[in-house]
Structure formats: structure tokens, C-alpha cells
Design a protein around this ligand. Structure first.
Ligand code: 5AD
Length: 323
């Protein structure tokens, strides 16, 4: 176990030997199999105004879309035909979908004998419970940053405490719980990234997604200048440390990593990651799910080739965390 000081030292130094160490930990604890999760981005409507995100409702420069429940279920069927064993339903915080509709969609998808992950934001305990009762297995809700002041600035009208409570509610309901953070946000310090990592350990998260922050032009942070290489390298290091500390969890090579480095996912898979989330949303819609610019949607065939090219295998099971 690393102390906060050690984590800060590793993140601040030029030494990247922990990447290799994370790769070894990955191999020892979760093996060579990569789990593919079929991502369906079913609505880009959002009632939040997060400073970094292109889906924020104040962004008028975006064409909004929403899949019908039938289209969502059809896309899930397509995922099943592709051989995917997990389906991830992701959207902005869209109030259009009632609890009842969401539960119906969950029940239909679960008939396909797949694992189902939701990534639809903050909900009440009762809502999380109803999704779980309907059959949902996992939930993704990034904390984004554990720096309370930064959290407050970036998320108007939201509460850090409520987000933490959501995560503990998800855990207590028996979801495999995923969280994660952005790396390279304005004013974000190495020290706060160390706190993020220690928070993931304390929560004992089952999945962690780490993404470099990529400025979106139609957001308040659009003009913020980032150093792509520095952000990428730091994200990979944060991810590697998480692998070393949480050992047996599932960690995706994220789309944001691939977006700022053409070799990003392969580097991630060789530095601790064991999951890829190919985007199976219909082409007409996935180009409109612009959280950040130039999002590299992962095509499933290209993804598979990449996996084989580095001598890894594709899992034939649902890919739950094996503690
Ligand atoms: N750059 C990188 N990642 C972003 N996200 C939102 N906006 C951006 C951005 N500009 C991430 C958030 C969210 C996930 C779905 O996308 O971390 O949880």
C-alpha cells in the first residue's frame, strides 16, 4: 500500500517504472483476458451544467437526440449478436425517461442473458433500488474530482456530498460500482489526484475509469490550454497506480485516452487496463454524443485486432470482478 506522500512522489517524477509494475499486477490478478462492454449512448440530453462537458444543457450548439426504448432494446440485441457479454447504457441526466420506462428497458435487456451496466447519473436510493430489482448489475458514476472546492466550481447546483452518498448507496444495494476521475482539470493538483486514488481504495470500487480532460470549445473551459502529452502520461500513471493498489478490479482503456494519443488504448492495456468499451450506438447518433471534441469511438473490429496484436485474448464471460 502506498502512502499519500509516495503516490505524490510517483506522480511527480519522470520515472514511469510503475507502468510495468501495473502490467504485471494486471497479469497476475486478472490475467490476459480483455472484457468488451458494448456501450449504448441512448440520450445526449442533460439537465446539468458541468463546466467541462459538451452535453451541458447550456450548450445550444449541439443537436440533441434520444433513442426510443425500442431502439435501445434493438441495439442491445445487436450487441448480443456481436457476442458482447456486457451492455452499458449511458446518457446525460435526461429527465424524459421515467423510472418505469428505464426498468422496462432493463428487464428486456436482461432477457438476453448479458450483464447490464447503467451510467445515467445521480438518482435517489429508491430509484437505484428499482433498477437493481429490475436486473441491473453495475453502475458507473465518476466522482470526477475529490477536490471539494474544484468540484463545487465545476458542477453548479450539484453537491459533492450527494455524489459520495450515491456511490455508497450503489455499493450497499449490491451493484458492482464504478467511479473515476478526470486528469488535468484547471487548478487540479497532484495532491488532489493522490486523494482521488485513495478515495477509490477506500470505497473499494469495482471499476475505475480514468480520462484525461479534453477542453470542449462550447463550454466555459473551452479556451483552457492543456498539454496533451502531459495529460495523457499523467492519466496513464494514475491508472497504473490504481491497478497496483486495487489489484483485481476492472479498469477500462478509456476513449479519452485514445482521443489524445493514437496509441492510447494499447498503452493503457499495457499499463494496467483490462477492459474496452466499444461504442455500438448507431452511427447517426454516436457522432452527436460530443462530451469532448474528436471523440474516438471504438469500432469493435478494430478493437479486436488491437487486442490480438498485443497478444491478449477476449474474454468469453460477463467479466464480473473476481475478488
Ligand atoms: N474531457 C474528458 N472527459 C470528459 N467527460 C466529460 N467531459 C469531458 C471532457 N471535456 C467525462 C466525465 C464523465 C464521462 C462520461 O465523460 O468524466 O463522467
Amino acid at each position: 500500500m502506498y502512502s499519500k506522500e509516495e503516490i505524490i512522489k510517483i506522480l511527480s517524477s519522470n520515472d514511469d517504472s510503475i507502468l510495468k509494475k501495473a502490467d504485471e499486477t494486471r497479469k497476475q490478478y486478472v490475467g490476459n483476458d480483455i472484457h468488451l462492454r458494448g456501450l449504448i449512448e441512448f440520450s445526449n440530453y442533460c439537465n446539468r451544467t458541468c463546466y467541462y462537458c459538451g452535453l451541458r444543457y447550456k450548450n445550444k450548439n449541439i443537436e440533441r437526440y434520444r433513442l426510443s426504448p425500442e431502439d435501445i432494446i434493438n441495439t442491445a440485441n445487436y450487441a448480443k449478436r456481436l457476442g458482447l457479454k456486457t451492455i452499458v447504457l449511458q446518457s446525460g441526466e435526461d429527465v424524459f425517461f421515467s423510472n418505469k420506462t428505464l426498468c422496462k428497458i432493463i428487464e428486456e435487456i436482461k432477457k438476453l442473458d448479458v450483464a447490464l451496466t447503467l451510467s445515467i447519473g445521480e438518482k435517489t436510493y429508491e430509484e437505484y433500488k428499482s433498477f437493481k430489482d429490475a436486473g441491473a448489475d453495475r453502475y458507473l458514476l465518476r466522482i470526477e474530482t475529490t477536490d471539494k472546492n474544484l468540484y463545487k466550481v465545476l458542477h453548479p447546483n450539484m453537491s459533492y456530498e450527494n455524489r459520495i452518498e450515491c456511490l455508497y448507496n450503489l455499493k450497499s444495494l449490491g451493484y458492482e460500482t464504478g467511479t473515476g476521475c478526470l486528469v488535468g482539470l484547471p487548478e487540479q493538483t497532484i495532491e488532489s489526484l493522490a486523494d482521488d486514488i485513495l478515495f477509490f481504495k477506500e470505497l473499494d470500487a469495482d471499476m475505475i475509469g480514468i480520462g484525461p480532460f479534453i477542453p470542449h470549445p462550447n463550454t466555459p473551459l473551452g479556451d483552457f490550454k492543456i498539454n496533451l502529452k502531459k495529460n495523457f502520461d499523467l492519466s496513464i500513471k494514475v491508472m497504473a497506480l490504481i491497478r497496483i493498489l486495487l489489484k483485481d478490479i476492472n479498469i477500462p482503456a478509456t476513449t479519452a485516452m485514445e482521443t489524445i494519443n493514437p496509441n492510447g488504448q494499447i498503452i493503457a492495456l499495457q499499463s494496467g487496463a483490462n477492459v474496452i468499451m466499444p461504442n455500438i450506438t448507431n452511427d447517426e447518433y454516436k457522432t452527436k454524443y460530443n462530451i469532448y471534441p474528436n471523440k474516438q469511438n471504438q469500432d469493435i473490429l478494430i478493437t479486436k485486432e488491437k487486442i490480438y496484436s498485443i497478444g491478449r485474448t477476449i474474454s468469453d464471460n460477463k467479466g464480473f470482478r473476481c475478488k
